[in-house]
Design a protein around this ligand. Structure first.
Ligand SMILES: Cc1cc2nc3c(=O)[nH]c(=O)nc-3n(C[C@H](O)[C@H](O)[C@H](O)COP(=O)(O)O)c2cc1C
Length: 141
């Protein structure tokens, strides 16, 4: 089995409706292929953790990479795993509204044992978001 963590920039027309459509299809496909993980969407950026049988994961990731709904796909980490951590999540999605809850939900799902690399990637993703939110607030003041 394998796990890939990547970040990307969403296309400008990616909104909540598009996101829900994407996630709906991803869940159906992931259910069929036994893939699992989660997707974060904030500030027109994605962070995805996706895991499963190596060949199924690689085939799906090849499609994801080519998807025009995002660009600048950057792999943060890719490694062999013995078992999926998020096996019950066919592709749990957290968008701007749920951003604050994401780490708690991820930690709960991983029974408190979130791999360091996952935790760091999520923290960096939200850290950046928070920094941008603060900047926006400062400009507004
Ligand atoms: C950010 C992002 C995340 C995606 N995540 C998944 C996913 O977890 N599983 C999946 O099957 N497709 C995912 N897709 C969609 C794929 O790029 C592609 O549209 C899909 O695999 C096509 O499947 P099909 O050829 O079986 O119809 C994602 C696309 C984007 C832009």
């Amino acid at each position: 089995m394998r796990r890939i963590i990547y970040q990307s920039l969403a296309s400008p027309d990616m909104d909540r409706a598009e996101l829900f459509r994407l996630v709906y299809h991803a869940r159906v496909a992931n259910e069929e292929r036994g893939l699992s993980g989660f997707l974060l969407f904030a500030d027109q950026r994605f962070l995805q953790v996706i895991e499963g049988e190596t060949w199924k994961l690689m085939a799906t990731f090849a499609k994801i990479r080519r998807d025009v709904r995002h660009r600048a796909v950057t792999v943060i980490d890719e490694r062999s795993i013995t078992a999926p951590i998020f096996g019950k999540w066919r592709m749990r999605c957290f968008d701007e509204g749920g951003a604050g809850m994401a780490l708690d939900a991820i930690a709960a799902e991983a029974s408190g044992h979130v791999p360091r690399v996952v935790e760091d990637a999520v923290a960096a993703f939200f850290g950046c978001e928070r920094a941008q939110a603060n900047l926006q607030r400062l400009h507004l003041v």
